[in-house]
Design a protein around this ligand. Sequence first.
Ligand code: PNS
Length: 162
Amino acid sequence: MKIAVYPGSFDPITNGHIDIILRVSKLVDKLYVGVLNNNAKQLAFDADERVAMIHASLPEELKKNIEVVAFSGLLIDFAKQVQASLIIRGLRAVTDFEYEFQMALTNKSLLPEAETLFIPTNTTFLFLSSSMVKEVARYGGNIDGMVPKEIKDIVLGRLKKD
Ligand code: PNS
């Protein structure tokens, strides 16, 4: 049984994340979307809200082998807990690489039996990040196409300044 974790802050989930989740869910028996709940950085949404937004965004028929779970502490401990041998990360541009490489090697040194797999983003989402979504939403820009339609109003409602 191939079990993978796709960890992230997902503050909020974007269409780029959804694309990775749907593609990876076809390659593995079980995919855990791990929502970090470390309180380390200033986030717009708490972990329960981020989990709920991911749930709301996933098509019902594709939820069969996908589970969305908040985790705290180290990613490798979460991976061990759900018996995952694969850690999934999406890669957009070369600028992502240094941070991702460092994280993959750190996780490898902590849990040698797990492998990090990098999935290149769909070119449509090359520019997309949760930070950009928040920036655009904050100033009343159009976030259609950036986040799933199910969560658009929640994102705008939280971020838009009056
Ligand atoms: O979406 P993000 O913020 O780029 O995701 C980063 C994440 C959650 C994958 C990373 O910060 C993480 O795994 N944090 C848990 C703490 C940890 O395990 N740190 C050591 C590896 S860098």
